[in-house]
Design a protein around this ligand. Structure first.
Ligand code: DQA
Length: 147
């Protein structure tokens, strides 16, 4: 199984950015964590981070026929991007949404998730661990679909 893991804007600044919310570990540490979690789950991963909405849309489109599923933390685009929602719906790959922080306990403008409307599950507030949970869940979900 082959997953695409997408991280949206400003996640490349982990460690620097609001450490009281996102923790002190940097983005390289997150990437290593995701690679380890994928290896544990027996799935291959490609990691993609971009700060531009259109680049994320292009990557989701290009995932069609290449990947079995998508793990996505759209970051701020979660709450604004109908384009990312539409791209996820267009390719119709099973997708799981991840947020490092518990967005449900944050500002009102973070209470809507467009991307989440195209995802089979959301993990939030678990820090890096959310990505591990997402990878395991997605693998089981796809196995279930194929059974
Ligand atoms: C985030 C939550 C978003 O609201 C925020 O804009 C981010 C990160 C998270 O991982 O907790 O950039 O997606």
């Amino acid at each position: 199984m082959n997953f695409l893991v997408i991280n949206g804007p400003n996640l490349n600044l982990l460690g620097l950015r609001e450490p009281e919310i996102y923790g002190r570990q940097d983005f390289a540490a997150l990437q290593s964590f995701i690679r380890r979690a994928a290896a544990e789950a027996g799935v291959e991963v490609e990691l993609f981070q971009h700060n531009h909405e259109g680049a994320i849309v292009d990557k989701i489109q290009a995932a069609y026929g290449v990947f079995d599923g998508i793990v996505i933390n759209p970051a701020a685009y979660t709450h604004t991007s109908v384009a990312i929602l539409d791209a996820l719906k267009a390719v119709a790959l099973p997708a799981v949404e991840v947020h490092l922080s518990d967005v449900s306990k944050r500002e009102s403008f973070r209470q809507i998730s467009y991307a989440g409307m195209a995802c089979v599950k959301t993990y939030m507030g678990l820090g890096f661990e959310g990505y591990r949970e997402a990878i395991h869940y997605l693998r089981q979900y796809i196995e279930g679909e194929r059974a």
